[in-house]
Design a protein around this ligand. Structure first.
Ligand code: ZN
Length: 300
């Protein structure tokens, strides 16, 4: 990834210089990143965001895969977030290149997209590999947390199998993420607070509350999504995934301000001292607005 570096001289200091990443290489990258002018003309707001970041207890990050696209995106956004949640891909060691960035990282274990499924014995060989890379990445980046999908994809799956599989790691960094029950035929594990309570008790670990997954579960269960979220909040999550989406259209992972998700309600559900990951499209100007909203409740 080092080949993407620019050799441009570091520009003369400017009043906004202290906003830029502190390593010389990344300072150059941001300045030469081709970010839209409105991003730089709105530099006052960026100062505001950074000041607020120092004054609030909420930590806001974004999520990305450890591929070349994710690496390039971090060159644009890294200076505006408190941390980055990375999903290390299991078939290469590209995740190690992310150590180029002088920011804290949190780890999301590879999931169904990479073939991981703790709830399915026939997938355990692949799941072992996925969990191994997740734990190696967490060690490398000193991440205090590893978000884990418990599994079951378009199949019944077994919560007990997932518990038995994950228990042997005895890893207190695990945070089990609630997954969506999207329909009677497609019900993923830990879509209910009852299942979540059982698995975190057995594993002695915490929970990652994904607002989008909890909201979409209303479609399959008929239970109001705010009641579903309330059930998860009783398990005292301190780590959240947030995004925009539409309950009506059954989609998530959209821009925060898109669709009919009640993002103001989501925000009110987040306690102080929480860690919040934006699972929204990678567009720097928009994600900066989303961060501002999470920090202040205001839309810019
Ligand atoms: Zn999520």
């Amino acid at each position: 990834m080092a080949s993407g570096q620019t050799t441009t001289e570091t520009p003369a200091p400017s009043p906004s210089d202290n906003l830029l990443p502190h390593t010389p290489r990344l300072r150059r990258d941001i300045l030469g990143s081709g970010l839209p002018c409105r991003l730089f003309s709105g530099i006052g707001k960026i100062i505001l965001i950074n000041n607020i970041s120092n004054n609030t207890l909420m930590k806001i990050g974004i999520k990305t895969y450890t591929d070349a696209i994710g690496y390039e995106y971090l060159r644009k956004i890294a200076s505006f977030v408190d941390f980055v949640e990375i999903l290390p891909l299991p078939d290469d060691e590209v995740y190690k290149n992310f150590a180029d960035f002088d920011i804290p990282f949190r780890i999301h274990a590879p999931h169904q997209g990479q073939g991981s499924n703790p709830s399915d014995k026939s997938a355990h060989k692949r799941t072992l590999k996925c969990m191994e890379v997740a734990m190696k990445a967490a060690d490398l980046f000193d991440s205090p947390t590893i978000v884990v999908h418990p599994g079951a994809y378009k199949a019944p799956g077994s919560l007990q199998t997932a518990i038995d599989f994950l228990k042997k790691y005895k890893d207190k960094r695990f945070l089990i993420e609630n997954l969506p029950a999207e329909s009677e035929k497609r019900s993923e594990l830990c879509s209910t607070a009852e299942d979540m309570a059982r698995i975190i008790k057995e594993l002695g670990c915490g929970i990652c509350l994904d607002f989008g997954h909890a909201t979409l579960t209303e479609t399959a269960t008929g239970q109001n999504y705010k009641e579903i979220i309330d059930g998860f909040l009783k398990l005292k999550p301190k780590y959240f995934h947030i995004m925009g989406g539409s309950l009506r259209e059954r989609v998530d992972h959209k821009e925060l301000f898109w669709g009919d998700f009640d993002i103001a309600y989501f925000r009110r559900c987040i306690p102080e001292n929480s860690v919040v990951v934006l699972e929204t499209p990678h567009e720097p100007a928009m994600q900066i607005k989303e961060i501002e909203f999470l920090k202040t409740g205001k839309r810019i």
